[in-house]
Design a protein around this ligand. Structure first.
Ligand code: ZN
Length: 283
């Protein structure tokens, strides 16, 4: 993925199902620079908020995309803003049910689950800034209003912690399960690779970002199972990695289910959808 340059005098290409190149232009400009990943992320986030929380998106509005230095200065943008090289966009979703802008917390959470590198909550509580290709490690901010009406800064990751949300008086979206245990580096990607080898088409994106498609592709496993996917479970629950789901691993898996019963339900020694959701860090 890289920054693409579009000349609007030559046409206005459709970048994704719902997004045109012109939506990312600096006001009045015909040359638009935009990192390919940005419209792809925004389009995918539209499906994610619907998949995770049933919030259907009626419209996507891009408030800012590429900015020329003059325009960036006129809006008080940072001197090293990722909007300058066309590696960022600010946007909001119009909620189909309410006809109004959807609270950005849904988009922030979905963007983090998707693995977007730069995420910032914009102060209006409705718009989100995302950037890609600009930084080397994740940068997530979550600016929220606490019970006293004061602004507080926290990494988006902290939002997933219920006690934090409670302390700050933040309403957790219904259907959202806070506290996402962090998977080891690359674990989700290795799982996606293993699933792609063992399952027929369509292939999963091997992007290390857990989502509804990866979850749906995880097989139901129990004692007697073997192979690379078993070793991934063993790694995730912190037991010996042997490739085989034997008696010993079965007891360890049972202990893990009991410890996580508020997320995975009854401890039944079967790795089904609720267990996978937890293993993927989605609950
Ligand atoms: Zn921005």
């Amino acid at each position: 993925m890289a920054v693409k340059i579009y000349d609007l005098s030559q046409g206005n290409p459709r970048l994704t199902e719902n997004l045109l190149a012109s939506e990312f232009r600096s006001p009045g400009e015909t040359i638009v620079k935009m990192e390919e990943k940005i419209p792809i992320h925004i389009q995918a986030l539209k499906d994610d908020v619907s998949g995770y929380w049933g919030r259907r998106v009626k419209a996507i509005t891009i408030n800012a995309g590429h900015r020329t230095p003059a325009y960036n200065a006129s809006v008080g943008g940072a001197k090293n803003s990722p909007h300058l090289p066309g590696q960022a966009a600010d946007f909001y979703f119009t909620d189909e049910a309410t006809g109004r802008a959807m609270p950005s917390i849904y988009i922030l959470c979905a963007a983090q689950l998707r693995g977007v590198l730069g995420i910032e909550r914009i102060r209006d509580g409705l718009s989100v800034h995302i950037d890609e290709g600009f930084r080397s490690k994740p940068w997530w901010t979550y600016q929220a209003v606490n019970a006293n009406g004061a602004f507080v800064y926290n990494p988006v990751a902290d939002f997933f912690n219920t006690s934090w949300a409670r302390t700050e008086g933040i309403t957790v979206p219904s259907g959202f399960r806070p506290v996402v245990p962090k998977a080891p580096d690359g674990w989700v990607k290795r799982l996606q690779i293993v699933i792609n080898i063992t399952k027929p088409l369509p292939k999963l994106a091997e992007d290390n970002a857990p989502g509804p498609r990866t979850l749906a592709a995880c097989p139901i496993l129990r004692k007697g199972a073997e192979g690379a996917i078993v070793s991934l479970i063993q790694e995730r629950i912190g037991t010996v990695v042997t490739n085989k789901w034997d008696e010993y691993v079965d007891d360890k898996f049972y202990e893990w289910q009991v410890a996580n019963s508020s997320y995975v339900g009854k401890a039944d020694r079967i790795c089904g959808p609720m267990c996978w959701k937890r293993l993927l860090g989605l609950s």
